[in-house]
Design a protein around this ligand. Structure first.
Ligand code: G3P
Ligand code: MG
Length: 246
C-alpha cells in the first residue's frame, strides 16, 4: 500500500462552517475542535506568492474586489478575509502558504493542500505549490496535494514527485484508473454523492485511497467509512470530530 498517514476526518477549508474559510483563524478553530488535519485551497498572486483562497474572485469571502490572481501580494495582504463571516474575525488576512505551514507545525496538524489555480494558470500553480510544499513541510508529515486541475497535478508530479497526490473529481469519470495511474495519485477525492458501495470497492481494489467531500451528516460519514472510504472532509467540524466513531 502507498504512503497514507492521514486520519479519517479532515476539517474542510480549515474550520468548516465555524470560521472564515481558508484563514489562519480557521485552522486554529479546526485545531480547537481537536482535528488532526485541515484541507485548504491555494492559488498564486500576480507576483507568484502562494496564498489561500477558494474562488477566483475576492468578493464572496473578503472585502476585496476582482480576480485575486490579477493582484500583487502587496494589494492582497491588505484584504480583510474575516469580516464577511462575522465581526469576531474582522481584519483576518488572507494567509500565505508559508504562514499556514508554520501554523500547521505549531498546531501539529496535517494538511491537504488543494491546488486551486486561477483559471488558465494550472501548470505554473501546480509546479510552484509543489516546490514550496516540499520546502515548507520539511520535518512534518508530507502534505497531500490535490486538484481538480489535471495540468496542475501533472506539474506537481514533475516538480516534486515524492509528494502524495490525489485526483479531485466532482463528476464521475470512467477513465479514473488511467488518469490516477498516469498522475501517480495515491488517492481519489470525490464528491460523496458520486459514491455507492460498489464504486468504493472498485476504487479500493485498484489500490486507491478515497477522500470524500463535503460530508456534514454523521450518518452518511458512518456509512461511507463502513464501505471503506479512508477520509471524510467535513464542514461540520463540531459534529464530526477527529475521534468520530463510525
Ligand atoms: O478538497 C475537497 C473540497 O475542498 C473540494 O471542493 O470546492 O470545497 O474546494 P471545494
Ligand atoms: Mg477545497
Amino acid at each position: 500500500m502507498s504512503y497514507w498517514p492521514y486520519p479519517h476526518i479532515v476539517a474542510h477549508r480549515g474550520g468548516g462552517k465555524l470560521a472564515p474559510e481558508n484563514t489562519l483563524a480557521a485552522i486554529d478553530v479546526g485545531a480547537y475542535y481537536g482535528h488532526l488535519m485541515v484541507e485548504f485551497d491555494v492559488k498564486l498572486s500576480k507576483d507568484g506568492e502562494i496564498f489561500l483562497l477558494h474562488d477566483d474572485h475576492l468578493e464572496r469571502t473578503s472585502n476585496g474586489w476582482g480576480v485575486a490572481g490579477d493582484l500583487t501580494w502587496s494589494d492582497l495582504q491588505r484584504v480583510d478575509a474575516g469580516s464577511w463571516f462575522s465581526g469576531e474575525f474582522k481584519g483576518e488576512p488572507l494567509p500565505l502558504l508559508a504562514d499556514v505551514a508554520q501554523r500547521c507545525r505549531e498546531q501539529g496538524m496535517m494538511a491537504n493542500i488543494e491546488i486551486k489555480p486561477t483559471t488558465g494558470t494550472g501548470p505554473l500553480t501546480g509546479k510552484v505549490v509543489a516546490l514550496a510544499a516540499r520546502e515548507l513541510w520539511q520535518g512534518m508529515t508530507a502534505p497531500l496535494l490535490s486538484s481538480f486541475d489535471i495540468n496542475a497535478l501533472e506539474a506537481a508530479q514533475a516538480a516534486a514527485p515524492e509528494l502524495p497526490r490525489g485526483l479531485l473529481l466532482d463528476e464521475w469519470r470512467d477513465d479514473w484508473q488511467a488518469l490516477t495511474t498516469r498522475l501517480g495519485c495515491v488517492s481519489i477525492h470525490l464528491n460523496h454523492k458520486l459514491l455507492d458501495e460498489a464504486r468504493v470497492s472498485l476504487l479500493k481494489a485498484a489500490g486507491l485511497r478515497i477522500l470524500v467531500y463535503t460530508v456534514n451528516k454523521p450518518q452518511r460519514a458512518s456509512e461511507l467509512l463502513h464501505w471503506g472510504v479512508d477520509c471524510i472532509c467535513t464542514d461540520a467540524i463540531d459534529v464530526i470530530g477527529a475521534d468520530f466513531e463510525p
